[in-house]
Design a protein around this ligand. Structure first.
Ligand SMILES: Cc1ncc(COP(=O)(O)O)c(C=O)c1O
Length: 352
């Protein structure tokens, strides 16, 4: 028997997603996967403890209604227009599954979240990658108005910039398919695109608790959209796609105390982000302004970015290096605590 005959050719051809490294030890300075360096709120930790009882034998709420009510209140969005998922990654998977079949057109910038191409390959979809301009902006007129699905990040990873919303709005008015704006990092930025989704039923806004809420480990994402669009996605999801602990944690994170904790951490990270950018520019790196909790630092010449990445790793400082043609001279650095950023800069100066 040839096991290869058991799989779809599209799956056999693909390489799969490469996640950032997750070292087991806690002493590594992790500036590689855009996690929040600060712990979650006391409200969240209390909710975890309170959930750890005999109720674990019961299934969770299938559509997470208690949590969706909280989300609805905090974000002023109708409950029927919210879907929660096992991380925003699951919601992306559901969206690709619900909208794309073999040969359907999906489009996104050529440099963006690297999960999109993997999901497109799984569906065997036709992909249009729109090249980011040299200043990392996006020319929305280069997108096809006929695509089944269009995605971009706001802010866009791994650069951290936000695209021009008024130009996005012009494209959205003409687009025939769904448009998903991935706002994984939006809490660190000055603006968001919820208004675009309020005005246009074919626009979805994707959020996550992984970054601003310090909850990457619990896996909780949510999407805001038109109730009719959300109703289609609901049909595709697993019955109990978000576990009991995660639902409780999400609700706790959205209490006044939980939100205040998150906002305090965002203020610290934004301040540290700006000083980190300034320091790296002083060291000769080109660093675009960032609206996220990470920055992209580029520098041509020796030592090359890949060897900086490897040597930092030897010192137990992890940053992200992408072997992409246009990112070969760049490192993506997550903003850590003040002390972690200083330690990174100290080691970097030594290596330069
Ligand atoms: C742009 C973007 N979208 C979505 C995600 C996935 O987030 P989650 O942890 O909610 O699955 C990430 C994670 O790094 C991301 O960078």
């Amino acid at each position: 028997m040839n096991l290869k005959n058991c799989f779809r050719p599209a799956v056999l051809k693909m390489k799969g997603y490469t996640p950032g490294e997750q070292p087991k030890n806690l002493t590594t300075i992790k500036l590689n996967t855009n996690e929040n360096p600060y712990p979650p709120s006391a409200e969240v930790l209390k909710a975890v403890r309170e959930q750890a009882d005999q109720r674990l034998r019961l299934y969770p709420e299938p559509t997470a209604d208690t949590l969706r009510q909280r989300l609805s209140r905090v974000y002023k969005w109708p409950l029927e227009g919210i879907l929660v998922g096992n991380g925003s990654d699951e919601i992306l998977t559901l969206l690709f599954q619900a909208t794309l079949e073999k040969g359907s057109l999906v489009q996104y910038p050529d440099i963006t979240y690297s999960l999109y191409p993997v999901l497109a390959q799984i569906r065997d979809a036709k992909v249009k990658e729109v090249r980011l301009e040299d200043d990392w902006s996006l020319d929305f007129t280069k997108f096809s108005t006929q695509a089944r699905l269009t995605l971009w990040g706001y802010p866009n990873a791994p650069i951290g910039n936000c695209f021009d919303k008024s130009k996005a709005a012009v494209f959205i008015r003409k687009a025939k398919g769904l448009v998903l704006i991935d706002e994984a990092y939006v809490d660190f930025s000055n603006e968001n695109c919820l208004d675009l989704a309020r005005k246009n039923p074919h626009v979805l806004v994707l959020r996550t608790m992984s970054k601003s809420f310090s909850l990457a480990g619990v896996r909780l994402g949510y999407v805001f959209g038109h109730p009719e669009v959300i109703a289609q996605l609901m049909k595709v999801k697993d019955s109990y796609n978000v576990n009991r602990m995660t639902q409780a944690v999400g609700s706790a994170a959205l209490t006044p105390g939980g939100l205040a904790h998150m906002r305090k951490n965002i203020r610290r990270i934004r301040l540290d982000r700006n000083s980190l950018i300034e320091e790296l520019r002083n060291l000769g790196f080109t660093v675009p302004d960032s609206q996220a909790n990470f920055i992209l630092a580029t520098r041509r010449g020796k030592p090359v970015a890949e060897s900086l990445y490897k040597n930092l790793k030897k010192k137990r400082i992890l940053v992200r290096y992408f072997p992409h043609r246009r990112l070969r001279d760049s490192l993506r650095i997550t903003v850590g605590t003040h002390a972690q950023n200083n330690r990174f800069l100290e080691e970097l100066r030594r290596l330069l």
